[in-house]
Design a binder for this molecule. Structure first.
Ligand code: GDP
Ligand code: ZN
Length: 458
């Protein structure tokens, strides 16, 4: 395992005034002490904060006044020696400190490398490592709290619980087969096994359902604004941008920061700069026809469909209704400051159950209603992330789907009264898929676990 000492600027999330230069690795403390004036860092107690100065090794001038936290292995995030240098002098000073450390033998960390070390050193499991990455990219406070919870190990502990449940059933069957003479071990019946597998299947399904919301929180909602020319699409886009502070996310650790723009509407990040993000679509149906427009529009998570209050419904509007049928959309009837010509009952019929909002973008009316409609569409009201564990990682979702499918296979075999040792194969596969989520794929440990789980003769 490579244990060279790496360093990077890691500004705490949501905080701008203080910047931290972090080091991890066997020589983290030694490298820092070479350029530090103050207490002898090599001899200070672990987990202490020390006031001092970073000196420029060439000129011996003070580069920055700092607070240095020294944390010795193994009780650190990476399980290696970690030093955090708190700088107060702005980005120039921080960069200077970083350069000085690099000149003394530290290596610039790659993006995510601190987290990778934590994983490799067994400090966190895979899903937690991925959560840290999500945290770095989190676009909204809600996305951040989801990532924080996952980092906290919520997903891991759920997965572990499912695995434990499945393991117990497998162990039970195994014992029945291998030790038929143990009368005091109740015979595992098809009914018992079916009940257990269905229960885990249902719980996985629930996780997958909230995964959709998790994805949106993390990646932003690809939003399309459609409508005939002149109904107010550009105005709507501008209003959303002005009303809601656009979030610029920088992904740190890269030399050229990647910047993405999002508009945060009540915790729902609308994706703006992605090609599949907000785009104004005028004559899409005209150009490519209803069927193909549907296909294009399906790529959006949300469609804002704008109509003109001051005009009757046109053939083009009707075609647009056809194109969005069954998709997630909000009807926005704009220009309510002008005389009504639109038949609202007709619109209601076309829109079926989808929300309808009236606005006058010019007079800034109805915008609150629109924003709450956007948020409701996806969160069915105000979501409380406190109650939900989101799965927002593509790999996790894929594995959960595979796990669910394997359980469906097991349940199907049970319905057909197949022998339990056949059913067990699918249950074991489920156990393995779930294990991959938390980075525990060692399937040969299954047998060891089996017997440590099930205490015979008790
Ligand atoms: P787009 O072609 O759909 O993008 O429509 P625009 O946003 O460019 O707007 C077309 C025209 O309608 C512009 O002159 C806007 O100022 C005007 N407009 C937009 N919203 C309203 C509104 O609520 N009321 C009125 N009276 N005019 C509006
Ligand atoms: Zn426009």
């Amino acid at each position: 395992m490579d244990t060279d000492t790496i360093t990077a600027i890691s500004t705490p999330v949501g905080e701008g005034a203080i910047a931290i230069v972090r080091l991890t690795g066997a020589e983290a403390i030694e490298i820092t002490s070479k350029v530090y004036e103050g207490k002898d860092l090599l001899n200070v107690a672990s987990h202490t904060i020390n006031y001092g100065k970073i000196l420029d090794p060439d000129t011996n001038e003070v580069a920055e006044e700092v607070m240095v936290s020294v944390m010795r292995a193994p009780k650190t995030f990476t399980r290696e020696d970690v030093v955090e240098i708190n700088c107060h002098g702005g980005m120039v000073a921080v960069n200077r400190v970083l350069e000085i450390l690099l000149s003394k033998g530290a290596r610039l960390a790659e993006p995510g490398e601190f987290t990778k070390r934590a994983f490799l050193n067994g400090r966190i499991d895979l899903s937690q490592a991925e959560a840290v990455m999500d945290l770095i990219r989190a676009k909204t406070d809600k996305a951040m709290s989801v990532a924080l919870k996952q980092m906290d190990g919520r997903l891991s502990s759920l997965i572990q619980k499912y695995r434990q449940d499945l393991l117990e059933t497998v162990a039970h069957v195994e014992v029945n087969i291998d030790y038929p003479e143990y009368d005091d071990v109740e015979e595992m019946s098809h009914d018992m096994m079916r009940e257990k597998t269905k229960q885990v299947r249902d719980e996985i399904e629930e996780l997958l359902q909230v995964a959709k919301q998790g994805k949106i929180l993390r990646e932003g909602l690809a939003t399309a604004i459609i409508g005939r020319p002149n109904v107010g699409k550009s105005s709507l886009m501008n209003t959303l941008i002005q009303e809601n502070k656009a979030i610029v996310t920088e992904i740190p650790g890269t030399t050229r920061d990647i910047i993405e723009e999002y508009v945060n509407v009540r915790g729902v990040p609308l994706r703006l700069v992605d090609t599949a993000g907000i785009r104004e679509t005028e004559d899409i149906v005209e150009k490519i026809g209803v069927e193909r427009s549907r296909k294009v529009l399906k790529e959006s998570d949300l469609i804002l469909f704008v109509l003109n209050y001051n005009e009757e419904l046109t053939e083009e509007d009707r075609k647009l209704f056809e194109a969005v049928k069954g998709l997630e959309y909000i009807v926005i009837i704009n220009k309510t400051d002008l005389p009504q010509k639109l038949d609202l009952d007709e619109v209601k019929q076309y829109a079926e159950q989808q929300p309808i909002v009236t606005t006058s973008l010019i007079e800034e009316e109805g915008i609150d209603e629109l924003e709450s409609a956007i948020s409701k569409t996806f969160f069915a009201g105000d979501i409380d992330t406190g109650d939900l564990t989101y799965v927002s990682n593509v790999r996790h979702i894929q594995l959960l789907n595979q796990a669910k499918q394997a359980l469906e296979d097991a349940i199907a075999s049970l319905e057909m009264e197949m022998p339990l040792d056949i059913v067990q194969i699918d249950v074991t596969r489920t156990w393995e898929f779930l294990g991959e989520i938390i980075g525990d794929t060692a399937s040969d440990s299954l047998i060891d676990q089996l017997f440590s789980q099930f205490c015979l003769g008790k």
